[in-house]
Design a protein around this ligand. Structure first.
Ligand code: SF4
Length: 411
């Protein structure tokens, strides 16, 4: 009999089956255990073929990160950015010739993720996967055997990953009991679970009002640091830097996992007159962004944003040990801001001429949004914020008025 903390929870309405797009085999080095390394070394000889020598194929890891303590190597990519084992037909040659167990454990796990909590383990799938982005394949709640096995693999790979939720906070300095969190989370989740004609980030903002009401009245969420600066200037500088962090020009070339908190504050203190976003090498001012409307997105685009928010909330990967120890209110507001950024990317696509207004309802806009979401997910996965960054986000993202303004910015 399974204990409560081991029970698997599976999100509703979410599909995934590998679409063999090969996208997860591009660019990123794959962490490999010593077992993976030895097995792949043997397979390389067994398969013959023109695979690189092992000193080029693998890099020895210096395990500074305790979460990755089981990984001794990383499987590097070729000069063209693809894995040496990816065929011209986007198939993994290890899988094809020697079976799925021949692949590195991380490749077998992807894109499934698991978050341990006092109430059980919450499953999710990564939006870096094409099938997740387009909700393709088998429903997760019909894959419980697969999920059990993936969870066993996850537990073997990350044996020390015991997330401690006892330090969850409503906002910085205001503790939140886990049972209270779950009680308040239930209506938020049931709302995001269903398809909706409404903008998911606006819905999420409305439904998280209960959490903001848990904040003691003496805490001024709109100015927690008692810091005098033009609020709209802060909005713009924050968006500019968040956009640069989450949707960099080259997501694979971007190595810093921290956000430039100091640059945000310096720019706000300098009191710049005009903030510009750089998109497709063009400078686009906030005046232009305010004066243009994104309008209605297609049902598929809206649903993509809704599923992203639903899965992040379901899997608790947005606050406390689930994401950089942000408080629940800042964590929800950060998630809403992420959806705002994704919509803003489409708006910038329109303003820079990458998309025409007529194309907004077409597959082209869906593909653009999917690539923006893939970039955001990849950056969220590696984001490792310093205490300085977390403190700044806690203060700037606590403000409900700021979040309302940001929601209207991406309308
Ligand atoms: S080992 Fe196979 S599954 Fe893993 S990245 Fe390479 S090609 Fe993809």
């Amino acid at each position: 009999m399974q204990s409560r903390s081991q029970q698997l929870h599976i999100p509703k309405g979410i599909r995934f089956s590998c679409s063999e797009c090969g996208n997860c085999c591009l660019q990123w080095p794959v962490p490999a255990t010593t077992d993976d390394f030895e097995r792949i070394e043997r397979a390389r000889e067994e398969l013959g073929g023109a695979f690189p020598a092992s000193r080029e194929l693998f890099r020895v890891l210096n395990a500074a990160d305790s979460k990755l303590s089981l990984f001794s190597h990383s499987l590097e990519k070729r000069a063209d950015g693809k894995c040496a084992f990816l065929t011209g037909e986007n198939r993994c040659v290890l899988h094809e010739k020697l079976g799925p167990d021949a692949k590195p454990a991380m490749c077998r796990l992807f894109p499934y993720t698991f978050t341990g909590t006092p109430d059980g383990v919450f499953c999710s799938v990564s939006f870096a996967s094409t099938a997740t982005l387009f909700n393709q394949g088998e429903f997760l709640d019909r894959q419980s055997d697969i999920l059990q096995k993936k969870h066993e693999l996850f537990s073997q790979l990350f044996p020390q990953l015991n997330l401690d939720w006892s330090y969850a906070q409503v906002v910085d300095g205001v503790p939140l009991d886990w049972a209270v969190y779950r009680e308040y989370e239930a209506p938020v989740l049931s709302c995001l679970e269903q398809e909706s004609a409404r903008r998911a980030e606006a819905l999420l903002f409305e439904k998280t009002e209960g959490f903001r009401k848990l904040v003691p009245p003496e805490v001024n969420l709109d100015n927690m640091a008692d810091f005098e600066a033009r609020p709209k200037l802060i909005d713009q500088v924050l968006i500019k830097h968040l956009l640069r962090f989450y949707v960099p020009v080259d997501v694979f070339g971007e190595s810093s996992m921290d956000f430039q908190a100091r640059s945000v504050l310096e720019e706000v203190i300098r009191g710049s007159e005009k903030v510009e976003l750089v998109w497709m090498s063009k400078g686009i001012g906030f005046g232009q962004i305010f004066s243009s409307d994104l309008g209605d997105l297609s049902d598929q685009c809206r649903d993509l944003l809704r599923r992203f928010l639903y899965l992040r909330v379901f899997s608790k990967l947005f606050f406390g040990p689930g994401f950089n120890y942000l408080s629940v209110v800042a964590g929800f507001h950060h998630l809403i801001t992420i959806a705002v950024l994704a919509r803003l990317c489409l708006k910038l696509d329109l303003l820079s001429g990458v998309l025409s207004r007529d194309e907004l309802a077409t597959q082209k806009a869906l593909l653009r949004l999917a690539e923006h979401m893939r970039s955001i997910e990849r950056r969220l996965t590696v984001a490792d914020f310093s205490e300085e960054t977390i403190a700044m986000l806690e203060i700037l993202l606590a403000s409900p008025r700021r979040i309302e303004r940001l929601i209207s910015l991406s309308a």
